[in-house]
Design a protein around this ligand. Structure first.
Ligand code: ATP
Ligand code: IP8
Length: 244
């Protein structure tokens, strides 16, 4: 059974402090993943204070591109550093984590649609590794290079690898309504659009609104939940908000 799990950048980094890992939060997440010892696990992490600060500084988003090679290397380099920290935390707990960098694997066409071959990721998973992908900067036809969010990766991986379960761990305990209560289930964007906003921190990919929009595109149900519920999700529970 393949599980695709995204660790939000807002969870594993101090989103307000450039290039700062939240060491305690990353350790807790790595502990939960190690304890669950899931066979076929594919991980994704977001940008947090690594990708988003550099992307914002260069004016790059999912739609606004750059043709500046130095900017591309800066954004990608920051994400590689965060990916190293995530893999280190996992390997330190005997989870066989290995990096997989989307910049070199995928691209967007002129309409912004993503091509991301998932066979390499699948082969890596089948050999007993846990591939760890990350939001990144990718080539975008007619725009230079734009940001690819971890949420888009989750959708591409879940489809390409026929995932059975999809989880998105963010700082919030689910998608919240105006009273701050967790919305248990979302089937239609229009039903919840009025509650959805961007991120409270520097974030070039659109916060919760973009997350819900991306996950509604999936056939498999996806759960959005907070860090406290990560262990429960990995044990098979469906915490937070289920998007289907
Ligand atoms: N209705 C809502 N319910 C919950 N969170 C919301 C809502 N509207 C906006 N948000 C914001 O969306 C944020 C979650 O999206 P964000 O993209 O920041 O998280 P992430 O995926 O964990 O981080 P990253 O994008 O760095 O990977 C929340 O922290 C909150 O500020
Ligand atoms: C900003 C970069 C490079 C990655 C964004 O990924 P996300 O945090 O999942 O939206």
């Amino acid at each position: 059974m393949t599980v695709v799990l995204k660790l939000g950048g807002s969870v594993i980094t101090e989103k307000g402090e450039p290039e700062t890992v939240d060491i305690g939060a990353l350790a807790d997440a790595a502990d939960a993943i190690a304890a669950a010892s899931i066979g076929d696990l594919v991980l994704v992490h977001g940008g947090g204070s690594f990708g988003h600060h550099h992307a914002a500084a260069h004016g790059v988003s999912r739609t606004d591109g750059t043709r500046d090679a130095a900017a591309v290397r800066e954004i990608h380099g920051a994400m590689r550093r965060l990916n190293d920290a995530v893999c280190d935390a996992l390997v330190g707990r005997d989870v066989p984590a290995v990096p997989h960098h989307p910049h070199s694997a995928g691209y967007r066409d002129a309409a912004g649609d993503l091509t991301l071959p998932t066979d390499t990721v699948g082969a890596t998973r089948d050999e007993g590794f846990v591939p760890v992908l990350h939001g990144d900067v990718v080539t975008h036809v007619d725009a230079g290079a734009t940001i690819l969010s971890g949420d888009e990766l989750v959708v591409a991986l879940a489809r390409g690898l026929d995932a059975d379960r999809v989880g998105v761990c963010s700082t919030v305990s689910g998608v919240l309504d105006d009273d701050g209560d967790v919305i248990e289930r979302i089937d239609d964007y229009a039903d919840v659009e009025r509650y959805l906003g961007g991120s409270a921190d520097t974030d070039v990919t659109g916060g919760m609104a973009a997350k819900v929009r991306a996950l509604l595109d999936l056939d498999a149900p996806a759960s959005v939940f907070g860090p406290d519920a990560l262990g429960g999700f990995l044990r098979g529970e469906g915490p937070g908000t289920v998007i289907r």
